[in-house]
Design a protein around this ligand. Structure first.
Ligand code: 0X9
Ligand code: ZN
Length: 313
C-alpha cells in the first residue's frame, strides 16, 4: 500500500513513525513529550545521525504541523518530508549534507484531539477539544502562544474559531510544545505548516510594523520559491499583511522572550500549503492525490530554507 496516497488517523500516524524509527534506528528517534487534554500522546520525531547529537553545538530545525485540526495536508506533508529525509540520507548528497549540518526535530501532529475530531465529528474543526463551557469546546492553539497574546486578531468568545483561551499558554498542548522547544538546544529555524493559500508568512503577525529581519525574510521567500518552482507560486509576506493575528507560534518562536533566552533570533515562518485559493472552505479538502506533489515541493522548499538559515546566521 502507498502510504502517501491517503490521509490517516492519528494512531496510524504514530505507527508510521514507529516503523520509520524501527527501520532506521541510527537516524530516527521518537519521544513522547506531553499529553493532550483528552490524554493522547504528543510526539516528536528527531531525524539525523544520532552520533552527531552529542555535539553541544549541533544546530536544529523545528518543524511542526497540524495545530489546526482540519488542515490535513500539513500532517501528510511532514510525513512525506520525514520519509524522504530518512530514505535520502546516505543516498542523496543534498539530503545527506543537510542532515549532517542540522538535526530535524518534527512534531507531526500538534493537535491530536482536534485532528481525531475532524475525522469523527466535524471535518472542518479547527481548535483543540478542551471543554470551555457546557457544550462549548476548544481554543485556537495558534492564538494561545504567549507573545503579544490578546493583541488583536483573536477572540475572547469561547464559541469563536479564533478563541484565544482564558489566558496565554492556557492549553496543555501549547505548554508542552513550548517546554519541548525550549528544551531543544540551538534551534536556528522553525516552520509551522498550515493550509491553505500557498503563502510563506514571516513574523511578526501581531502588528503591521515590520521586524528588523524583513529584508532577510523577503530574500528567504525568493529562495524558497526558486526551490519549489514556478508551477506552484508561494507568496511571501509578513503574516500581519494577511491579517493581524496575535498569539501565533511563529511570533513566539521569533519573539523577544525566546530571543533573550537563546541569545539570538531564529528564522521562523508559517507555510500555508496548497491549494492557492484564499476564501473558499473547500481548500481544506485537498484530495489525497495531491500529497506526493506537495510533499516533493516541500522537501525542496525545506532544503532551501535550511541552506538560507545556515548561510545567514
Ligand atoms: O490564522 C492562522 O492561524 C493561520 N492561517 S490558517 O488559515 N491556517 O488558520 C495564519 C497565521 C499567520 N500568522 C498571523 N497572521 N499572525
Ligand atoms: Zn492553520
Amino acid at each position: 500500500m502507498d502510504w502517501h496516497a491517503d490521509y490517516h488517523r492519528y494512531s496510524e500516524i504514530l505507527t508510521f513513525f514507529q516503523a520509520l524509527a524501527a527501520r532506521s534506528p541510527d537516524l530516527v528517534k521518537l519521544k513522547v513529550f506531553g499529553l493532550t487534554h483528552e490524554g493522547r500522546f504528543l510526539m516528536r520525531v528527531t531525524i539525523g545521525p544520532h552520533k552527531r547529537s552529542e555535539d553541544p553545538d549541533r544546530k536544529r530545525i523545528w518543524l511542526q504541523a497540524m495545530q489546526h485540526a482540519r488542515e490535513w495536508i500539513s500532517g501528510a506533508t511532514v510525513q512525506y518530508i520525514a520519509e524522504s529525509l530518512v530514505n535520502g540520507y546516505g543516498r542523496d548528497p543534498a539530503i545527506t549534507r543537510m542532515l549532517d549540518a542540522v538535526e530535524v526535530v518534527l512534531v507531526p501532529v500538534a493537535n491530536p484531539d482536534g485532528y481525531e475530531y475532524s475525522w469523527m465529528g466535524e471535518r472542518l474543526w479547527r481548535k483543540n477539544r478542551r471543554p470551555i463551557q457546557p457544550g462549548v469546546f476548544g481554543v485556537d492553539m495558534n492564538r494561545n502562544w504567549p507573545d503579544h497574546w490578546n493583541n488583536g486578531g483573536s477572540s475572547p468568545d469561547p464559541r469563536s474559531d479564533v478563541y484565544m483561551g482564558p489566558f496565554a499558554a492556557s492549553e496543555p498542548e501549547v505548554q508542552a510544545l513550548m517546554n519541548e522547544f525550549r528544551a531543544t538546544p540551538n534551534i536556528v529555524g522553525a516552520i509551522d505548516y498550515h493550509s491553505y493559500s500557498q503563502l510563506l508568512l514571516y513574523p511578526v503577525g501581531y502588528t503591521l510594523m515590520p521586524s528588523v529581519y524583513q529584508p532577510q525574510f523577503r530574500e528567504l521567500g525568493q529562495v524558497f520559491q526558486k526551490a519549489i518552482g514556478d508551477q506552484t507560486p508561494f507568496v511571501p509576506e509578513q503574516s500581519s499583511q494577511l491579517y493581524i493575528a496575535s498569539g501565533g507560534a511563529e511570533d513566539w518562536w521569533f519573539g523577544d522572550q525566546t530571543a533573550k533566552e537563546r541569545g539570538g533570533r531564529i528564522y521562523s515562518i508559517c507555510i500555508e500549503l496548497n491549494p492557492s485559493e484564499r476564501e473558499n472552505m473547500v481548500g481544506f479538502l485537498l484530495p489525497p492525490s495531491a500529497i506526493r506533489s506537495v510533499g516533493e515541493e516541500q522537501v525542496r522548499g525545506l532544503m532551501a530554507f535550511v541552506s538560507y538559515t545556515l548561510e545567514h546566521p
